[in-house]
Design a protein around this ligand. Structure first.
Ligand code: GAR
Length: 189
C-alpha cells in the first residue's frame, strides 16, 4: 500500500474525509502524517483524535521556504512517504519538495480550473456571477493551481446561492471526489 502524507492549513474536513476512507478501506493507503503550517488549526485536533503523526510548523521560524521544506522532507523520508496530498494547504510547494516528488503531489481546488485559481475561489466564482463552478483535483507543479488535471466535477450555482450554501455544496462534492480519485490513482501506479 502507498504511504501518504496530507498537507492542510485549516479546518481539515478533507483530511477527515481521506482519513475516514482509509479507515473504512475505501482508500487503500496508509495515512502516516499530517503536515500543517498553522499551529492551532482544527485539522491538528482531527489528526490527534485519529492518532496520526503531525508535523506542525510556523514558517516565520525558518529563514526561507527551502529551510522548512527540508525539514518537511526529513519527516517524509523517515516515514517513507510515497505521495503528498494537499487538502487546503494554503502555500505554494517549492522546488525542494517538487524535485523529490515529481508527479507525486496532488491538490484539490474548489473551482473548475483554470477558472478562479488562487485564494477564495468560491468568492471569486460568486463575484464573477458564474452559473457553474466545481472541484478540480490535479498534479502540483511550480505554478499556482496549474498542474495537469486528474479529475473535475461541475456543480450549478443557483440564482440565490450564498457563500455558505456554495461552500457546503463544494465541500460535500470534495469529500466524495477526493477519496475516490485517490483510490483510483494510488492503486493504478
Ligand atoms: C477546500 O475547499 C479546498 O479545496 C481548498 O481549501 C478548502 C479546505 O477545506 N483549497 C484551496 O483553495 C487551494 N487553493 P478543509 O480544510 O475543510 O479541507
Amino acid at each position: 500500500m502507498k504511504k501518504i502524507a496530507v498537507f492542510a492549513s485549516g479546518s481539515g474536513s478533507n483530511f477527515q474525509a481521506i482519513a475516514d476512507a482509509v479507515v473504512s478501506g475505501k482508500l487503500q493507503a496508509e495515512l502516516k502524517l499530517l503536515v500543517c503550517d498553522r499551529p492551532g488549526a482544527q485539522v491538528i485536533n482531527r489528526a490527534q483524535k485519529l492518532g496520526i503523526d503531525q508535523f506542525v510548523f510556523l514558517s516565520k521560524n525558518y529563514s526561507n521556504k527551502e529551510e522548512f521544506e527540508r525539514e518537511i522532507l526529513k519527516q517524509l523520508r523517515e516515514r517513507e512517504i510515497d505521495f503528498l496530498i494537499l487538502a487546503g494547504y494554503m502555500r505554494l510547494i517549492g522546488p525542494t519538495l517538487l524535485s523529490e516528488y515529481p508527479e507525486r503531489i496532488i491538490n484539490i481546488h474548489p473551482s473548475l480550473l483554470p477558472a478562479f485559481p488562487g485564494k477564495d475561489a468560491i468568492g471569486q466564482a460568486l463575484e464573477a456571477g458564474a452559473s457553474r463552478s466545481g472541484v478540480t483535483i490535479h498534479f502540483v507543479d511550480e505554478g499556482m493551481d496549474t498542474g495537469p488535471v486528474i479529475a473535475q466535477q461541475t456543480i450549478e450555482i443557483g440564482y440565490n446561492e450564498t457563500r455558505e450554501s456554495l461552500q457546503e455544496k463544494i465541500h460535500s462534492l470534495e469529500h466524495q471526489l477526493y477519496p475516490v480519485t485517490l483510490q483510483k490513482l494510488l492503486t493504478s501506479i
